[in-house]
Write a protein that binds this ligand. Structure first.
Ligand SMILES: [Zn+2]
Length: 158
C-alpha cells in the first residue's frame, strides 16, 4: 500500500489516497472531452484504494456538473484546480483523482492512455464507475458551506 498526497494548486482542496499497487502500474486516463482537456484531467482510480479529501473553505469550491450530470467535479474557485471527481451510486460515493494534482510524485513519468466515454449510456457509465472508481471516499469540509452543484447542459459527456 502506498500513500499519495495531492490537491489543487492553492491547497484549498487536499486529499490523500491509499493505493494498493506500485505507481509503475498506474495509468492515468486522459479523457478526451472538452472539460477534461481544458482542465488537465488525467483520471485514475483503483477499486481497492481509499481517498480522503479535506476542503479548507467549502465556499471556495464549486461542484461542477455537465453532460449526464451524474458526477461532481470539485473545482477550486480560487486557483481553478480540479483534483477530484465524485459520483454517488446507490448511496455510496465513488471517486477518481486527477494524477496531475499529485504531489511528491514524478507526474510526468506516469503512464497515460487516451480515454473516450462518448456514446456511453448513463446506466453503463454508472455501472463502469461502480466497478472501477475508488469505492471508499471521505470528503470533509473544515469551514464554509458547499455550493450547490452548478450544471451545464453541454454536449460533452464525461
Ligand atoms: Zn485551489
Amino acid at each position: 500500500m502506498i500513500r499519495i498526497e495531492g490537491g489543487c494548486h492553492c491547497g484549498n482542496i487536499r486529499y490523500d489516497v491509499e493505493w494498493p499497487a506500485p505507481l509503475a502500474s498506474m495509468t492515468a486516463r486522459m479523457c478526451g472531452c472538452s472539460f477534461c482537456i481544458k482542465h488537465g484531467g488525467a483520471w485514475t482510480s483503483h477499486r481497492d484504494a481509499t481517498v480522503r479529501a479535506e476542503i479548507l473553505d467549502a465556499a471556495l469550491v464549486s461542484k461542477y456538473r455537465f453532460g449526464t450530470e451524474t458526477a461532481d467535479f470539485f473545482v477550486c474557485s480560487r486557483c481553478g484546480g480540479v483534483p477530484l471527481v465524485t459520483c454517488s451510486i446507490a448511496g455510496n460515493d465513488y471517486a477518481v483523482v486527477n494524477a496531475n494534482s499529485f504531489e511528491g510524485v514524478d507526474v510526468a513519468s506516469l503512464a497515460r492512455a487516451p480515454a473516450s466515454f462518448e456514446g456511453e449510456s448513463t446506466a453503463a457509465r454508472l455501472e463502469r464507475r461502480a466497478r472501477h472508481w475508488i469505492p471508499r471516499v471521505q470528503v470533509r469540509a473544515l469551514a464554509g458551506t458547499s455550493s450547490m452543484s452548478n450544471s451545464y447542459a453541454g454536449r460533452d459527456r464525461p
